[in-house]
Design a protein around this ligand. Structure first.
Ligand SMILES: [Mg+2]
Length: 203
């Protein structure tokens, strides 16, 4: 297997971004006089920002309000992000196997870079603005062997690319639901990842 290529989702897979998301929606609400429920959005991170905003704004305002949110998030999001258990060691373990690391995320790419820098994770490539099947296309382009994510579209994306789908239950989806959705491997946290990778690369 040369070279090993492993992709990771970002939100709720490598980082707990909920506090930064809530703070950003609070700031947006103050700026616009709106009542967007940031806590509810943060509780099920995964859908695109555009689809979340569609519940609150007419279609012709969504692009502008999403741009405004992303500006605010660039200020408040990174400092409201923290490493999930085992995330740094998981990324490091791929390097120890001479592998290439990708982060493939629906998040606006510059903001993904800011969040990763804040938590001190370096990967080989960050590919943002990818959601659902687009993640699968990006995994295919990079010939990824493994994709690690916390939501059902992440599992589907891995399968689309013929990659080993790892579901990690640190997000809104339970381990049982990740398993039912077809994850090849399910982990409670990424603390389990390095040992799994050693077995995977030996097989
Ligand atoms: Mg996620």
């Amino acid at each position: 297997m040369t070279p090993l290529v492993v992709g990771f989702d970002l939100d709720m897979t490598l980082i707990d971004s909920r506090p930064g998301v809530i703070a950003s929606f609070d700031a947006l609400n103050r700026a616009l006089g709106t009542t967007i429920d940031g806590e509810a959005i943060a509780a099920h991170l995964g859908p695109t920002l555009e689809s979340e905003m569609a519940a609150y704004f007419p279609a012709d305002e969504i692009d502008a309000v999403c741009d405004r949110y992303r500006e605010i998030y660039a200020e408040l999001g990174p400092s409201g992000s923290s490493l999930l258990p085992g995330a740094a060691a998981a990324v490091a373990s791929v390097r120890e196997h001479s592998g290439m690391t990708l982060v493939i995320t629906a998040k606006f790419e510059p903001n993904a870079h800011l969040c990763l820098a804040h938590v001190g994770i370096e990967v080989d490539h960050v590919i943002g603005w990818r959601h659902g099947p687009q993640k699968g296309e990006t995994l295919l382009e990079h010939a990824a062997h493994v994709y690690v994510g916390d939501t059902l579209p992440d599992i589907e994306a891995a399968h689309l690319a013929g990659a080993h789908a790892i579901g990690v239950a640190t997000g809104p989806v339970s381990a049982d639901d990740l398993r039912t959705a077809g994850a090849n491997t399910v982990m409670d946290t990424l603390d389990e990842f390095p040992a799994w990778l050693s077995t995977f690369t030996a097989s």
